[in-house]
Design a protein around this ligand. Structure first.
Ligand SMILES: Cc1ncc(COP(=O)(O)O)c(C=O)c1O
Length: 358
């Protein structure tokens, strides 16, 4: 029997709230491909303001936001981008920067804390004197928070240093800021300060802050005009898109402040799971809303068996490998859901029944 439903697969699984649905129903709309949708305009102006950049553009997804950004920065054929070997752009975006944009990726190892060593980034920049042979380095990409490293935050200091390095070599800096609000919240810095060194940022609205659809790219006015054209090329120009932007505006207004609680819940869940025999969580590395749980060799169960058992109890999660699972917190997971999840894990691994409903 299912006691509670707890969806920890991702922070993309949130359902639009009542206030989002009301805002969508009431949204003032027009044709956004003709640059006339007033609600899209409001969202873009607000996002540009919050992020401290000249302009913004609503796009259907984070993947398109990154693709457009990389392609605008790498207009010249034979361009190369430096990015993390564990980055979303490199691993999970179908190699779009190469297959669609003809941009060559040069990877640098991501450290467990999500950074790339600055010395290694500098060493990866192509010497322009070799341009007869080499691709031309045009761009550095960071990811903040770094998802595959467990939602780790890149600090202002680190980001500024990478920005300085980029400027020194005449390069641009793009941040995949799918979860940039989580990073700013955890670091306790204003988000515009965190991304000051970046020439562009792609921000997901449909992750932790809970909008149903969409991302926003921010940058200079010139960058955004080029991005608007590329968005159309890629089929991302949408007509009465204010319906989606209205929900995103509510997400921005109501949900950024909830991220702190998600992080507290993530920490409590990580601590609880780490105490269960057979499981290991690197609690100190849980800085935001993502948790990786490892199944130790002496565990009574496997990741797969446990996930099946938990599903029967209403808990959904993501299997990473045969001995690792990923859990992601969001505003529709409460502190009580966290306690329920811990008790279900305990019973799945130790066989002890859950107490009083949990
Ligand atoms: C770090 C990061 N960047 C980009 C994306 C892509 O976003 P979307 O799923 O909206 O294409 C994701 C999605 O999970 C992500 O985690």
């Amino acid at each position: 029997m299912v006691f509670q439903f707890v969806d920890l697969r991702s922070d993309t699984v949130t359902k639009p709230t009542e206030s989002m649905r009301a805002a969508m129903a009431a949204a003032e709309v027009d044709d956004d491909v003709l640059v006339n949708d007033p609600t899209a305009f409001r969202l873009e102006s607000e996002m540009a303001r919050i992020m401290g950049k000249e302009a913004a553009l609503f796009v259907p997804s984070g993947t398109m936001g990154n693709l457009i950004s990389v392609l605008v920065h790498c207009e010249t054929r034979g361009s190369e981008v430096i990015l993390g070997d564990n980055s979303h752009i490199h691993i999970y975006e179908n190699g779009g920067i190469s297959t669609i944009g003809g941009v060559h990726p040069r990877t640098v190892r991501n450290n467990p804390d999500g950074t790339m060593d600055i010395g290694l980034i500098e060493a990866a920049i192509r010497d322009p004197r070799g341009e007869l042979l080499y691709p031309t380095t045009k761009l550095i990409c960071l990811e903040n928070t770094q998802a595959n490293c467990g939602g780790r935050c890149l600090s202002v200091d680190y980001t500024d240093k990478v920005g300085e390095l980029a400027k020194k070599h005449g390069l641009n800096l793009h941040i995949d800021g799918a979860r940039i609000f989580n990073a700013a919240t955890a670091l306790k810095v204003p988000v515009d300060r965190l991304v000051r060194a970046a020439d562009s940022v792609s921000v997901c609205l449909s992750k932790g802050i809970g909008a149903p659809v969409g991302s926003v790219i921010v940058g200079s006015s010139d960058f955004i005009s080029k991005a608007r054209r590329l968005r159309k090329t890629l089929g991302g120009g949408m007509r009465q898109v204010g319906v989606l932007c209205a929900a995103a505006l509510v997400a921005v207004q109501e949900n950024i402040s909830k991220l702190e609680e998600d992080h507290r819940n993530a920490r409590a869940l990580a601590e609880g799971l780490d105490q269960i025999k057979g499981l290991k969580v690197n609690v100190a590395s849980v800085e935001t809303n993502i948790i990786y749980v490892d199944f130790l060799k002496d565990s009574n169960s496997t990741a797969e068996k446990t996930s099946k058992k938990l599903k029967e109890q209403g808990i959904l999660l993501m299997l990473e490998s045969s001995n690792r699972i990923r859990l992601v917190l969001h505003h529709q997971v409460s502190a009580s859901d966290v306690q329920y999840t811990i008790s279900c894990f305990k019973s799945a691994l130790t066989g002890a029944p859950e107490k009083n409903g949990f």
